[in-house]
Design a protein around this ligand. Sequence first.
Ligand SMILES: C[S@@+](CC[C@H](N)C(=O)[O-])C[C@H]1O[C@@H](n2cnc3c(N)ncnc32)[C@H](O)[C@@H]1O
Length: 317
Amino acid sequence: MRHRRRRTKDKKIKKILTLAALDMPSGSRCAATTTSTPIKPFIRWAGGKSRLLPRILPHVPINIENYYEPFLGGGAVFLACAARTSGRLHVADLNEHLIAAWVAMRDHQSELRPLLDWYLSNDSKEFYYEVRSTIPLGLVERAARFLYLNGVSWNHLWRENSRTGAMNVPWGDRRFKIIDDATMKTIGSVLARADIVAADFREVLVGTKRGDFVYLDPPYLPIYTQPGVEKEPTAKFNKYTAKTFEMVDLIELAEICADMSRRGVRWVMSNRDTESVRDLFPDAEIIRFTAQRSLAAQSRREVEAHQSPEAIIVGKV
Ligand SMILES: C[S@@+](CC[C@H](N)C(=O)[O-])C[C@H]1O[C@@H](n2cnc3c(N)ncnc32)[C@H](O)[C@@H]1O
């Protein structure tokens, strides 16, 4: 039953990527995307872009020298684009726990596997809260803890307290599923070409040059109906790290994007389609559409799909 469900899901993802390839301007289709099996993210992450790949991939160049993704999360776009990149893959995120998981997948798979098995054999509600309350020192131990907590937390969320930095998402009433060996091997081989750092986007983008491509997926800013009153519950989920992403960050990111365009660096950004977002990118092409989003707020009842205005912002060079 479980296998059948997984096969159906894999088929769906394959279809999405094939459609994405068909969507591309003629003459620019990527053989790797149409023929190879899509690499599925091993982390479920709020704001993950797996479902939006058909919208995003047509705007990604077919031949990339070096690839940059400074807001990595679960890396749906990164994993779909690695085959288009001949040089290095530079990926980063401010969340250190998430980055520990990516680094461990690249460098320490043989130590990670038994730890994941250990989490699986101890999995329970009480165990979740025990694990959540302590942070181990070693990188592989932190990676395994992250994968466990992310795997069973409510709605697969990772949210940090802005004062203490503690992960504070409740148990999600689900069983821990561990990543299979074949997926680990595939992801490990992609990551062999990757530089992975826990860093702020500003530090990561300084190294970009002509011929490189950057995909940007910053946290979406809350929508306010009036000062202090958030219109959308999704707004509560920009707390991926103790330091939240604010309007000042988006303004600086827009300045960096304008500079990258001037230097001939191609880039694509995903964001919420709002007037202020559109105003920040006057020289870029903006593709607007609505998407079904399912992340919501505090209680189970609020986890509902709703239409969200989305924008894909394509930098001009
Ligand atoms: C919308 S999520 C990215 C989702 C990803 N595209 C995917 O498919 O899973 C935004 C990410 O930005 C990270 N982030 C927040 N502030 C940041 C900053 N100042 N610099 C770098 N990363 C940041 C968060 O930790 C989060 O993982």
